[in-house]
Design a protein around this ligand. Structure first.
Ligand code: M6R
Length: 595
């Protein structure tokens, strides 16, 4: 969802390669346009267009761009179609300022009208340009740069991070509201970015600015001031120790495949952290006392929340309402109060739909907790306590390892709610490894066999229902095929009419639900469907399904969770067979910071 990068050095030099590399490291966020600007003395060199980083950089020869300051931006279209004029960075009316943002300025339309009425030159529909004019308008009125930014900050509504520079200066300025932003301090340079991957190859000394702070970047230092009173805020840099391997493919063809194979290790780390986290028991105590429990998320995170709700019911006899975040606002927020507890689930911790739901819940006094992967994200800061998912970076747009760790976290919490011994879960990482080993060759072959189908179904029941939903989401996300996830018992209530000869239907079966799944299998099989069931060894399934993808033996809750792994692999292989890049599916963005 858009990404910005700014770089300041002490002398004029070739900055193009640094900007291109930084842009490449932001691509996982999703984008449709690319731009770069350098400032050299009183000249701004701005190049941008719709397309991939390497295409646009080559077409406009970004590599030759020189200056003492540079800005790169990847844009994922919200305000204004993907086009060269809407691509970022943007200039002010006279071409003295250049800036770029990520996120969403929600009063973009109103501000554009004001700027036009004030005689400013507005060239695009894009809200990044609005940020530039918001500063320009106050400079035109005679304010100093920092004061112009302070006033602009008050005018710009929404969630965004913004970087801006001007000619005949030696600095860049950055500020944020809602969105993430990281500042890096290196030897002879400073930089600022939407997030860490574009900074880590350059420096490990970082500062994380907060909302309401303005950062001024010189080549050899940064200064943070409060928007409120303009006073300097002292903040020492922290040293980031995370490995850069996490943001590289590590020998795999795609991040998605790498991340699928990282799941065992991620699960190990998660269980280790959960076992050592004293706050877990406090959270469980609060959930036990809650009048009503809500698990809230979007997309994959919602599926994990739904699996969690089944675990809570099955293991702890505790009813939970799993709900998509925007629907929570409409359906439950008006009725919640301080006796209720909400667990907000998100890989990124920046999903706007989730943050909106959090705001609605907090306004009603509900006790709000989080479950997020990106440490330091808005969700981790906005909730009273947020459990980490411990997955490291998940670069590929389709969520895989974060889903698995979300589900494991819910299973862990359900065990705690039930007073069961969580050591029973210690075997999960090995079972994940075993499942991938056992299923990979068969799933790759299956991908080839069913790849011509553009309609598929994934069916499950109980915990395997959200697992089927998640499998279907993965399949449609990366193969662009129509794939529906459904409660197996619902299939006869309509979709059955879609079945034709060879029509592939995937079932995920937990041991307890085998008889019910067998009914489902036979209903579609007699009508010509090709039935593939993912389950642990069971003679009854072998006797009824066309094919069994075998999972290792475990308890019913864990087996259900393992069922997602072959579906992730199937999605990956089908996407590759179709010639699609599973890491960056068309039209999608990893982090959805818009409504
Ligand atoms: O970062 P979040 O978990 O809040 O993101 C929510 C969804 O956008 C996300 O899970 C999406 O559905 C995945 N990319 C699917 O793989």
């Amino acid at each position: 969802m858009c990404g910005i990068f700014g770089y300041v050095t002490s002398k004029d030099e070739v900055l193009g390669p640094i900007l291109i590399e930084a842009a490449r490291r932001l691509t996982y966020r999703g984008y449709d346009s690319v731009g770069a600007a350098t400032i050299s003395g009183s000249r701004i060199d701005l190049r941008k267009d719709v397309g991939k980083v390497d295409e646009v950089a080559a077409k406009y020869n970004f590599a030759e761009m020189r200056g003492s300051r540079g800005i790169a931006q990847l844009r994922w279209a919200t305000f204004g179609e993907p086009s060269q004029v809407n691509a970022q960075p943007h200039l002010d009316s006279d071409g003295d300022l250049v800036g770029a943002h990520n996120g969403n300025v929600v009063n973009n339309a109103e501000l554009r009208e004001q700027f036009i009425a004030e005689g400013l030159t507005v060239r695009s529909q894009n809200d990044g340009e609005t940020c530039v004019h918001a500063v320009e308008r106050y400079l035109n009125r005679g304010y100093e740069f920092i004061d112009a930014i302070r006033l602009a900050y008050g005018d710009l509504e929404g969630d965004y991070a913004f970087v801006i520079g001007r000619i005949d200066d030696d600095k860049l300025y950055a500020f944020k509201k809602g969105s993430g932003m990281v500042v890096g301090i290196g030897e002879g340079f400073t930089c600022v970015s939407s997030d860490l991957p574009s900074i880590l190859p350059l420096t490990r000394q970082v500062i994380r600015p907060q909302d309401g702070e303005i950062v001024t970047l010189w080549a050899d230092r940064v200064e943070i001031r409060s928007v409120k009173d303009g006073k300097v805020i002292n903040r020492q840099p922290e040293t980031v120790t995370e490995s850069m391997d996490a943001v590289q493919k590590g020998g795999y063809a795609h991040f998605m495949l790498k991340e699928i194979h990282e799941q065992a290790q991620a699960a190990r780390e998660l269980l280790h952290v959960l076992n050592g986290n004293r706050e877990v028991d406090g959270l469980v105590a609060k959930m036990k006392k809650a009048r009503q429990l809500y698990f809230i998320g979007c997309g994959t995170s919602y599926h994990a929340a739904s699996a969690g709700a089944v675990y809570f019911a099955q293991l702890a006899g505790r009813a939970v309402i799993p709900i998509l975040a925007p629907q929570f606002i409409a359906q439950y927020a008006p009725a919640v109060n301080h006796d209720d507890v909400g667990l907000f689930v998100s890989q990124s911790g920046e999903t706007k739909d989730v943050l909106n739901a959090l705001e609605a819940a907090e306004a009603r006094g509900m006790a709000c907790f989080g479950l997020a992967n990106v440490v330091g994200s808005t969700l981790t800061k906005a909730t009273s306590f947020c459990l980490p998912l411990c997955c490291g970076y998940e670069i590929s747009v389709p969520a895989t390892k974060t889903f698995t760790n979300q589900v494991i976290t819910f299973l862990y919490l359900a065990y705690k709610m039930a007073g069961k011994d969580v050591r029973a879960l210690d075997g999960i990482p090995d079972l994940i490894e075993k499942t991938l080993e056992m299923t990979a060759p068969q799933v790759e072959a299956l991908a080839t066999e069913i790849n011509d189908w553009n309609d598929l179904y994934c069916l499950g029941y109980g915990v395997t229902y959200p697992i089927a939903l998640e499998g279907a989401l993965k399949l449609k996300e990366v193969t662009y095929a129509h794939c529906e996830g459904m409660l197996s018992t619902e299939f006869k209530h309509g979709p059955l009419s879609a079945v034709s000869k060879g029509f592939p239907i995937l079932f995920v079966a937990a041991p307890n639900d085998v008889p019910l799944i067998i009914s489902g299998i036979n209903e579609v099989k007699v009508r010509g469907a090709r039935t593939i069931v993912i389950a642990e060894e069971d003679a009854r399934l072998r006797a009824n399904a066309d094919e069994v993808i075998l999972l290792p033996k475990s308890d019913p809750q864990i087996v259900s969770l393992l069922g997602v792994l072959p579906l992730q692999l199937l999605s990956y292989h089908m996407a590759v067979l179709r010639g699609y890049d599973p890491d960056f599916p068309r039209n999608l963005s990893k982090t959805l910071t818009v409504d």
